[in-house]
Design a protein around this ligand. Structure first.
Ligand SMILES: *[C@@H]1O[C@H](CO)[C@@H](O)[C@H](O)[C@H]1NC(C)=O
Ligand SMILES: *[C@@H]1O[C@H](CO)[C@@H](O)[C@H](O)[C@H]1NC(C)=O
Length: 374
């Protein structure tokens, strides 16, 4: 940058206000917000380790998973370090939620909330059957009910109810219904049964039931992430033979049909409930930003996974024998399906402060400011 540009008073004031914006984001949240509970539902993008306790092949409990986690050990998170809910907890000024199945989730720890997510699951019960015992949505909700019984025993029924009503909830669901069900094989039963459009319609109607049930269980502020760009993950690039890293059209089309329909469904639900309970987080766009312009975000590539093997490191699973990149901060994808911690941080930045194109009807910083006034 030339010194004449640096000394421009206009630019200096822009830099100063950016610095203030940055400081106000980095500032610890108010105490009331720190006390808010956080509940997490969904799949491997948000599982904090529940699958470690299950007889399933969908697990992230061996190195190099967790290589950049504070303990440098695998935890069951599908990340080199922190995952999406961890970073949201950080922003809320809370500790990370424990997996519901963790024996440590007792006493005061119950107040933090809980993570019910399970890698491999989808909206439909027949999604992820290849992973054996995983915790499907109806069971995640049964666990949530059980959690509420235990919370009531700790602080009383009325307080427990209030804590659940005032909690922040994250729901990340739907990607597996496509990649681990519909698109799993060229002749999958769901593909023979449905066109992409009809399958998406079916998923949306089942997803609506799931969210309605979540509301009935007490949730009043729910971030729903939608699916990422399913055709751009290294696993798809590798298995569908992408030549120059171009995203695979069919799964991309599925995401382009499903996500806007999800947004409309959430709007309809909010109208019916007369309140902005459900907030659409446009994970598709958040991911596309750094997939289209990796360099702008400090990544050397958005096509090749850090950990894996084969083309794009996209074949099989990340394990101790895989290729492993030395610097995880310059890769968008950690393994063939999941973002790095660094990419998750970019996503959470949009969740916190994104415009309505990213967060509809409002972003998390607005939600936190609104809800702390109650
Ligand atoms: C999934 O299975 C549960 C338990 O059997 C059932 O209650 C629920 O309706 C099923 N969901 C779908 C979408 O079929
Ligand atoms: C999102 O957050 C920013 C910064 O906190 C705020 O200025 C903006 O108005 C918010 N946008 C929406 C749509 O809530």
């Amino acid at each position: 940058m030339s010194s004449s540009v640096m000394s421009s008073p206009r630019l200096r004031s822009v830099i100063a206000s950016l610095a203030i914006l940055y400081l106000s984001i980095a500032e610890p949240p108010p105490r009331a917000e720190a006390a808010r509970a956080f509940f997490v539902f969904g799949d491997s993008l948000v599982d904090n380790g529940n699958n470690n306790y299950l007889a399933t092949t969908a697990r992230a409990d061996s190195p190099p998973y967790g290589i950049d986690y504070p303990t440098h050990r695998p935890t069951g998170r599908f990340s080199n370090g922190l995952n999406l809910p961890d970073i949201i907890s950080e922003q809320m000024g809370s500790e990370a939620t424990l997996p519901y199945l963790s024996p440590e989730l007792t006493g005061e720890k119950l107040l933090v909330g809980a993570n019910f997510a399970s890698a491999g699951i989808g909206i439909l019960n027949d999604t992820g059957v290849q992973f054996f015992t995983i915790i499907r949505m109806f069971q995640q909700f049964a666990n949530f009910q059980q959690y509420q019984v235990r919370l009531s025993a700790l602080i009383g029924a009325e307080q427990a109810q209030q804590r659940v009503n005032q909690a922040l909830v994250l729901m990340t669901l739907g990607g597996n219904d496509f990649v681990n069900n519909y698109f799993l094989t060229p002749f999958s039963p769901r593909r023979r049964q449905f066109s992409i459009q009809a399958f998406s319609d079916y998923l949306i109607s089942e997803f609506r039931n799931i969210l309605r049930r979540l509301y009935d269980l007490g949730a009043r502020r729910v971030l729903v992430t939608g699916t990422g760009p399913l055709g751009c993950v290294p696993a798809q690039l590798a298995s569908q033979g992408s030549r120059n890293g171009e995203c695979v059209p069919e799964p991309q089309r599925a995401a382009a049909i499903f996500n806007p329909a999800l947004g409309r469904m959430l709007q309809g639900l909010n109208q019916e409930l007369g309140s902005d309970v459900f907030v659409m987080a446009n994970a598709f766009q958040m991911n596309m930003d750094f997939i289209n312009n990796p360099q702008q975000f400090g990544f050397v590539t958005s096509k090749v996974a850090c950990c894996g093997q084969g083309p794009y490191n996209g074949l099989g699973i990340c394990n101790v024998l895989s290729n492993l990149c030395p610097n995880r901060n310059i890769y968008a994808f950690w393994d063939p399906f999941h973002p790095t911690e660094r990419a998750n941080r970019i996503i959470v930045r949009q969740i916190m402060t994104g415009s309505t194109d990213y967060m509809n009807p409002m972003n998390l910083s607005t939600i936190m400011a609104l809800d702390s006034k109650i």
